[in-house]
Design a binder for this molecule. Structure first.
Ligand SMILES: *[C@@H]1O[C@H](CO)[C@@H](O)[C@H](O)[C@H]1NC(C)=O
Length: 356
Protein backbone atom coordinates (compact mmCIF):
# COMPACT_ATOMS: atom_id res chain seq x y z
CA UNK A 1 0.00 0.00 0.00
CA UNK A 2 2.61 2.50 1.08
CA UNK A 3 4.50 1.92 -2.15
CA UNK A 4 1.46 2.55 -4.36
CA UNK A 5 1.92 5.71 -6.34
CA UNK A 6 -1.61 6.97 -5.73
CA UNK A 7 -1.16 6.61 -2.02
CA UNK A 8 2.15 8.47 -1.88
CA UNK A 9 0.71 11.18 -4.03
CA UNK A 10 -2.22 11.62 -1.71
CA UNK A 11 0.07 11.74 1.32
CA UNK A 12 1.81 14.74 -0.12
CA UNK A 13 -1.47 16.65 -0.18
CA UNK A 14 -2.05 18.86 2.83
CA UNK A 15 -4.93 17.77 5.11
CA UNK A 16 -7.60 20.26 5.98
CA UNK A 17 -8.61 20.33 9.64
CA UNK A 18 -12.08 19.10 8.69
CA UNK A 19 -10.68 16.03 6.90
CA UNK A 20 -8.42 15.35 9.86
CA UNK A 21 -11.39 15.49 12.28
CA UNK A 22 -13.50 13.23 10.09
CA UNK A 23 -10.69 10.67 9.96
CA UNK A 24 -10.06 10.82 13.71
CA UNK A 25 -13.71 10.51 14.67
CA UNK A 26 -14.28 7.75 12.15
CA UNK A 27 -11.34 5.72 13.40
CA UNK A 28 -12.13 6.25 17.06
CA UNK A 29 -15.62 5.04 16.32
CA UNK A 30 -14.39 1.95 14.52
CA UNK A 31 -12.01 1.07 17.32
CA UNK A 32 -14.79 1.39 19.89
CA UNK A 33 -17.14 -0.75 17.83
CA UNK A 34 -14.49 -3.40 17.39
CA UNK A 35 -13.80 -3.33 21.11
CA UNK A 36 -17.52 -3.67 21.85
CA UNK A 37 -17.81 -6.71 19.61
CA UNK A 38 -14.78 -8.31 21.26
CA UNK A 39 -16.17 -7.49 24.72
CA UNK A 40 -19.59 -8.81 23.78
CA UNK A 41 -18.05 -12.03 22.55
CA UNK A 42 -16.08 -12.45 25.78
CA UNK A 43 -19.19 -11.82 27.88
CA UNK A 44 -21.18 -14.17 25.69
CA UNK A 45 -18.56 -16.88 26.16
CA UNK A 46 -18.72 -16.44 29.92
CA UNK A 47 -22.50 -16.54 29.76
CA UNK A 48 -22.31 -19.73 27.69
CA UNK A 49 -19.89 -21.43 30.09
CA UNK A 50 -22.18 -20.54 32.97
CA UNK A 51 -25.19 -21.86 31.04
CA UNK A 52 -23.35 -25.12 30.26
CA UNK A 53 -22.53 -25.56 33.92
CA UNK A 54 -26.10 -24.82 35.05
CA UNK A 55 -27.54 -27.31 32.60
CA UNK A 56 -24.83 -29.94 32.98
CA UNK A 57 -24.19 -29.63 29.27
CA UNK A 58 -21.17 -31.27 27.69
CA UNK A 59 -20.19 -31.84 24.06
CA UNK A 60 -18.28 -34.59 22.32
CA UNK A 61 -15.51 -32.29 21.07
CA UNK A 62 -14.43 -28.68 20.66
CA UNK A 63 -15.83 -28.45 17.13
CA UNK A 64 -19.28 -29.32 18.40
CA UNK A 65 -18.88 -26.91 21.29
CA UNK A 66 -17.87 -24.10 18.93
CA UNK A 67 -20.88 -24.84 16.75
CA UNK A 68 -23.20 -24.89 19.77
CA UNK A 69 -21.74 -21.63 21.01
CA UNK A 70 -22.74 -19.94 17.75
CA UNK A 71 -26.29 -21.28 18.12
CA UNK A 72 -26.41 -20.19 21.76
CA UNK A 73 -25.16 -16.74 20.82
CA UNK A 74 -27.82 -16.33 18.17
CA UNK A 75 -30.57 -17.48 20.56
CA UNK A 76 -29.23 -15.23 23.33
CA UNK A 77 -29.32 -12.23 20.97
CA UNK A 78 -32.90 -13.06 20.02
CA UNK A 79 -33.86 -13.41 23.69
CA UNK A 80 -32.06 -10.21 24.76
CA UNK A 81 -33.61 -8.08 22.04
CA UNK A 82 -37.04 -9.53 22.73
CA UNK A 83 -36.69 -8.66 26.42
CA UNK A 84 -35.37 -5.18 25.63
CA UNK A 85 -38.38 -4.52 23.39
CA UNK A 86 -40.81 -5.90 25.99
CA UNK A 87 -39.34 -3.58 28.63
CA UNK A 88 -39.44 -3.98 32.39
CA UNK A 89 -42.64 -5.61 33.55
CA UNK A 90 -43.21 -7.11 30.09
CA UNK A 91 -43.23 -10.79 29.28
CA UNK A 92 -39.73 -12.15 29.14
CA UNK A 93 -37.71 -14.97 27.64
CA UNK A 94 -34.74 -16.77 29.10
CA UNK A 95 -31.86 -18.93 27.90
CA UNK A 96 -33.34 -22.14 29.28
CA UNK A 97 -32.10 -25.65 28.53
CA UNK A 98 -33.10 -25.34 24.87
CA UNK A 99 -30.73 -22.40 24.24
CA UNK A 100 -28.13 -24.37 22.26
CA UNK A 101 -30.65 -25.81 19.79
CA UNK A 102 -31.57 -24.21 16.50
CA UNK A 103 -35.27 -23.69 15.94
CA UNK A 104 -35.27 -26.53 13.37
CA UNK A 105 -33.57 -28.89 15.83
CA UNK A 106 -35.97 -27.96 18.61
CA UNK A 107 -38.93 -28.61 16.36
CA UNK A 108 -37.63 -31.93 15.10
CA UNK A 109 -36.97 -33.20 18.64
CA UNK A 110 -39.96 -31.86 20.57
CA UNK A 111 -42.58 -30.59 18.18
CA UNK A 112 -44.16 -33.57 16.49
CA UNK A 113 -45.89 -35.17 19.43
CA UNK A 114 -49.45 -35.17 18.14
CA UNK A 115 -51.06 -35.69 14.75
CA UNK A 116 -52.11 -32.45 13.11
CA UNK A 117 -55.77 -33.22 13.22
CA UNK A 118 -58.82 -31.62 14.72
CA UNK A 119 -60.87 -33.93 16.94
CA UNK A 120 -63.66 -35.72 15.12
CA UNK A 121 -67.10 -35.21 16.67
CA UNK A 122 -66.85 -36.88 20.06
CA UNK A 123 -68.98 -39.38 21.88
CA UNK A 124 -70.80 -37.07 24.21
CA UNK A 125 -69.77 -34.20 26.46
CA UNK A 126 -70.78 -34.77 30.06
CA UNK A 127 -70.21 -31.13 31.06
CA UNK A 128 -72.31 -29.70 28.21
CA UNK A 129 -75.37 -29.15 30.37
CA UNK A 130 -73.46 -27.39 33.18
CA UNK A 131 -74.35 -23.73 33.50
CA UNK A 132 -71.48 -21.25 33.29
CA UNK A 133 -72.84 -19.62 36.45
CA UNK A 134 -72.25 -22.89 38.31
CA UNK A 135 -68.51 -23.02 37.69
CA UNK A 136 -65.92 -20.95 39.56
CA UNK A 137 -64.46 -17.80 38.01
CA UNK A 138 -61.04 -19.30 38.54
CA UNK A 139 -59.60 -22.67 39.45
CA UNK A 140 -56.12 -24.06 40.01
CA UNK A 141 -56.09 -27.85 40.31
CA UNK A 142 -52.61 -27.67 41.87
CA UNK A 143 -54.14 -26.03 44.94
CA UNK A 144 -56.61 -28.90 45.17
CA UNK A 145 -53.84 -31.47 45.14
CA UNK A 146 -54.77 -32.94 41.76
CA UNK A 147 -51.54 -32.16 39.90
CA UNK A 148 -48.33 -34.19 40.26
CA UNK A 149 -45.00 -32.42 40.08
CA UNK A 150 -43.75 -31.24 36.70
CA UNK A 151 -42.11 -33.96 34.63
CA UNK A 152 -39.66 -33.90 31.72
CA UNK A 153 -40.21 -35.81 28.49
CA UNK A 154 -36.54 -35.25 27.52
CA UNK A 155 -35.75 -35.88 23.86
CA UNK A 156 -38.75 -38.09 23.14
CA UNK A 157 -41.72 -36.46 21.42
CA UNK A 158 -44.27 -38.13 23.70
CA UNK A 159 -46.05 -35.05 25.01
CA UNK A 160 -49.21 -37.07 24.21
CA UNK A 161 -48.26 -39.61 26.93
CA UNK A 162 -47.38 -36.93 29.49
CA UNK A 163 -50.62 -35.04 29.06
CA UNK A 164 -52.74 -38.21 29.06
CA UNK A 165 -51.05 -39.27 32.30
CA UNK A 166 -51.52 -35.80 33.85
CA UNK A 167 -55.22 -35.88 32.99
CA UNK A 168 -55.60 -39.36 34.54
CA UNK A 169 -53.59 -38.33 37.63
CA UNK A 170 -56.01 -35.41 37.95
CA UNK A 171 -59.30 -37.30 37.71
CA UNK A 172 -57.91 -40.11 39.88
CA UNK A 173 -57.12 -37.65 42.67
CA UNK A 174 -60.47 -35.91 42.28
CA UNK A 175 -62.29 -39.25 42.58
CA UNK A 176 -60.18 -40.95 45.25
CA UNK A 177 -58.39 -38.16 47.10
CA UNK A 178 -55.04 -39.81 46.31
CA UNK A 179 -52.51 -38.13 44.10
CA UNK A 180 -50.41 -40.85 42.51
CA UNK A 181 -47.71 -40.17 39.96
CA UNK A 182 -48.47 -42.52 37.04
CA UNK A 183 -46.32 -44.08 34.33
CA UNK A 184 -45.74 -42.36 30.99
CA UNK A 185 -43.27 -45.09 30.04
CA UNK A 186 -46.10 -47.63 30.10
CA UNK A 187 -47.84 -45.60 27.39
CA UNK A 188 -44.63 -45.00 25.42
CA UNK A 189 -43.86 -48.74 25.42
CA UNK A 190 -47.33 -50.26 25.26
CA UNK A 191 -49.59 -47.77 23.46
CA UNK A 192 -47.56 -47.38 20.31
CA UNK A 193 -50.00 -48.07 17.50
CA UNK A 194 -48.87 -49.80 14.36
CA UNK A 195 -46.13 -47.27 13.62
CA UNK A 196 -44.18 -47.34 16.87
CA UNK A 197 -45.56 -44.00 17.90
CA UNK A 198 -43.97 -44.05 21.36
CA UNK A 199 -41.72 -41.07 20.73
CA UNK A 200 -43.73 -39.72 17.86
CA UNK A 201 -47.02 -38.14 16.94
CA UNK A 202 -49.91 -39.83 18.70
CA UNK A 203 -53.40 -38.78 19.66
CA UNK A 204 -54.15 -38.52 23.40
CA UNK A 205 -57.44 -40.31 22.84
CA UNK A 206 -55.45 -43.38 21.77
CA UNK A 207 -53.61 -43.24 25.08
CA UNK A 208 -56.94 -43.09 26.93
CA UNK A 209 -58.20 -45.97 24.81
CA UNK A 210 -55.14 -48.06 25.78
CA UNK A 211 -55.64 -47.25 29.48
CA UNK A 212 -59.26 -48.31 29.16
CA UNK A 213 -58.47 -51.53 27.24
CA UNK A 214 -55.47 -52.59 29.31
CA UNK A 215 -57.18 -52.12 32.64
CA UNK A 216 -55.28 -49.09 33.89
CA UNK A 217 -51.95 -47.43 34.52
CA UNK A 218 -49.26 -48.41 36.94
CA UNK A 219 -47.20 -45.95 38.94
CA UNK A 220 -44.24 -43.86 37.87
CA UNK A 221 -42.33 -45.67 40.60
CA UNK A 222 -43.15 -49.14 39.25
CA UNK A 223 -42.51 -48.24 35.61
CA UNK A 224 -40.15 -45.27 35.47
CA UNK A 225 -39.57 -42.95 32.57
CA UNK A 226 -36.71 -43.78 30.20
CA UNK A 227 -37.13 -41.27 27.37
CA UNK A 228 -37.27 -43.79 24.53
CA UNK A 229 -39.62 -46.50 23.36
CA UNK A 230 -38.87 -50.04 24.50
CA UNK A 231 -40.78 -53.28 24.84
CA UNK A 232 -43.96 -53.24 26.87
CA UNK A 233 -43.30 -54.40 30.43
CA UNK A 234 -46.66 -53.59 32.01
CA UNK A 235 -47.59 -57.18 32.74
CA UNK A 236 -47.49 -58.01 36.44
CA UNK A 237 -47.09 -54.40 37.55
CA UNK A 238 -49.69 -53.09 40.00
CA UNK A 239 -52.55 -51.05 38.50
CA UNK A 240 -52.75 -47.71 40.30
CA UNK A 241 -55.49 -45.89 38.36
CA UNK A 242 -58.29 -46.91 36.05
CA UNK A 243 -60.69 -45.00 33.82
CA UNK A 244 -64.21 -45.77 32.58
CA UNK A 245 -63.85 -43.93 29.29
CA UNK A 246 -62.90 -40.61 27.75
CA UNK A 247 -64.60 -37.77 25.91
CA UNK A 248 -63.63 -34.94 23.58
CA UNK A 249 -64.46 -31.37 24.47
CA UNK A 250 -66.49 -29.96 21.54
CA UNK A 251 -63.82 -28.16 19.49
CA UNK A 252 -63.72 -24.42 18.74
CA UNK A 253 -65.47 -23.49 21.97
CA UNK A 254 -63.60 -21.99 24.93
CA UNK A 255 -66.77 -21.95 27.01
CA UNK A 256 -67.08 -25.70 26.67
CA UNK A 257 -63.39 -26.04 27.54
CA UNK A 258 -63.90 -23.94 30.67
CA UNK A 259 -66.83 -26.11 31.76
CA UNK A 260 -64.60 -29.17 31.45
CA UNK A 261 -61.55 -27.67 33.18
CA UNK A 262 -63.81 -26.53 36.01
CA UNK A 263 -64.30 -30.24 36.72
CA UNK A 264 -60.92 -31.79 35.94
CA UNK A 265 -57.55 -31.26 34.20
CA UNK A 266 -57.94 -31.57 30.41
CA UNK A 267 -55.44 -32.67 27.72
CA UNK A 268 -55.12 -30.28 24.79
CA UNK A 269 -53.25 -30.13 21.52
CA UNK A 270 -51.69 -26.81 20.52
CA UNK A 271 -48.91 -25.12 18.58
CA UNK A 272 -45.89 -25.30 20.85
CA UNK A 273 -43.33 -24.74 18.18
CA UNK A 274 -42.42 -21.08 18.05
CA UNK A 275 -39.26 -19.59 19.49
CA UNK A 276 -41.05 -17.19 21.82
CA UNK A 277 -42.84 -20.07 23.52
CA UNK A 278 -39.65 -22.15 23.60
CA UNK A 279 -37.91 -19.54 25.75
CA UNK A 280 -40.92 -18.04 27.55
CA UNK A 281 -40.32 -17.59 31.26
CA UNK A 282 -41.96 -16.13 34.31
CA UNK A 283 -45.52 -15.51 35.37
CA UNK A 284 -46.67 -13.38 32.43
CA UNK A 285 -49.52 -14.49 30.20
CA UNK A 286 -48.46 -15.84 26.80
CA UNK A 287 -50.41 -13.93 24.18
CA UNK A 288 -51.24 -10.94 26.40
CA UNK A 289 -48.59 -8.87 24.61
CA UNK A 290 -49.23 -10.31 21.16
CA UNK A 291 -46.90 -13.32 21.46
CA UNK A 292 -47.17 -15.28 18.23
CA UNK A 293 -48.86 -18.62 17.65
CA UNK A 294 -50.43 -20.60 14.86
CA UNK A 295 -53.21 -23.19 15.04
CA UNK A 296 -50.93 -25.89 13.65
CA UNK A 297 -51.23 -28.61 16.29
CA UNK A 298 -47.85 -30.16 17.07
CA UNK A 299 -47.60 -30.37 20.86
CA UNK A 300 -49.81 -31.23 23.82
CA UNK A 301 -50.10 -29.85 27.32
CA UNK A 302 -52.57 -30.23 30.17
CA UNK A 303 -54.88 -27.41 31.20
CA UNK A 304 -54.89 -27.49 35.01
CA UNK A 305 -56.78 -24.27 35.67
CA UNK A 306 -57.98 -20.89 34.48
CA UNK A 307 -58.42 -17.42 35.88
CA UNK A 308 -58.04 -13.69 35.33
CA UNK A 309 -54.94 -11.70 36.28
CA UNK A 310 -54.78 -8.30 38.03
CA UNK A 311 -55.03 -6.49 34.67
CA UNK A 312 -58.22 -8.33 33.78
CA UNK A 313 -56.48 -10.62 31.28
CA UNK A 314 -58.07 -14.05 31.19
CA UNK A 315 -55.77 -17.05 31.02
CA UNK A 316 -55.55 -20.82 30.91
CA UNK A 317 -53.07 -22.45 33.26
CA UNK A 318 -51.08 -25.05 31.35
CA UNK A 319 -48.85 -27.82 32.67
CA UNK A 320 -46.09 -28.74 30.24
CA UNK A 321 -43.64 -31.65 30.15
CA UNK A 322 -40.38 -29.82 29.42
CA UNK A 323 -39.09 -29.89 33.01
CA UNK A 324 -39.43 -27.28 35.73
CA UNK A 325 -36.81 -24.99 34.15
CA UNK A 326 -39.20 -24.00 31.37
CA UNK A 327 -41.89 -21.30 31.64
CA UNK A 328 -42.99 -20.57 35.18
CA UNK A 329 -41.55 -23.60 36.98
CA UNK A 330 -42.82 -25.82 34.21
CA UNK A 331 -46.20 -24.10 33.81
CA UNK A 332 -47.45 -21.46 31.39
CA UNK A 333 -50.35 -19.06 31.50
CA UNK A 334 -51.79 -18.60 28.03
CA UNK A 335 -54.37 -15.97 27.04
CA UNK A 336 -57.99 -17.15 27.13
CA UNK A 337 -60.91 -15.92 25.01
CA UNK A 338 -58.65 -13.85 22.74
CA UNK A 339 -58.87 -15.86 19.51
CA UNK A 340 -62.43 -16.85 18.71
CA UNK A 341 -63.12 -20.28 17.33
CA UNK A 342 -59.71 -21.94 17.70
CA UNK A 343 -58.46 -20.40 20.94
CA UNK A 344 -54.88 -19.10 21.06
CA UNK A 345 -52.42 -21.63 19.57
CA UNK A 346 -55.38 -23.79 18.54
CA UNK A 347 -55.90 -25.06 22.06
CA UNK A 348 -59.62 -25.77 21.61
CA UNK A 349 -59.10 -27.98 18.57
CA UNK A 350 -58.09 -31.25 20.17
CA UNK A 351 -59.11 -31.30 23.82
CA UNK A 352 -60.11 -34.43 25.68
CA UNK A 353 -60.33 -35.90 29.15
CA UNK A 354 -60.66 -39.29 30.81
CA UNK A 355 -63.90 -40.26 32.52
CA UNK A 356 -63.44 -42.08 35.83
C1 LIG B 1 -70.12 -23.88 23.43
O1 LIG B 1 -70.32 -24.83 24.45
C2 LIG B 1 -71.37 -24.50 25.34
C3 LIG B 1 -71.34 -25.53 26.44
O2 LIG B 1 -71.42 -26.82 25.94
C4 LIG B 1 -72.67 -24.47 24.58
O3 LIG B 1 -73.73 -24.11 25.43
C5 LIG B 1 -72.57 -23.47 23.45
O4 LIG B 1 -73.73 -23.51 22.67
C6 LIG B 1 -71.38 -23.76 22.58
N1 LIG B 1 -71.20 -22.70 21.62
C7 LIG B 1 -71.13 -22.93 20.33
C8 LIG B 1 -70.90 -21.74 19.47
O5 LIG B 1 -71.19 -24.05 19.86
Amino acid sequence: MASSPTHSKRLTKPFSLATFLVIVSCCTHLTLAAREVAGDDKMMRERYEKWMEEHGQAYKDSTEKARRFEVFKSNAHFIDSYNAAAGPGGNSLTTNKFADLTEAEFRSIYIRGIPKTVSPPGTGFKYGAVSLSDVPASIDWREKGAVASVKDQYQCACCWAFTAVAAVEGIHQIRTGNLVSLSEQQLVDCSTGTNDEGCNARDMDKAFQYILDSGGLTTEQAYGYEGHQGTCRASGKPIAATIRGFQDVPPRNETALMLAVAHQPVSVGLDGGNKVMTYFSGTGIYGAAGEPCTTDLNHAMTIVGYGTDEHGTKYWLMKNSWGSGWGDNGYLKIARDVVSNTGLCGLTLQASYPVA
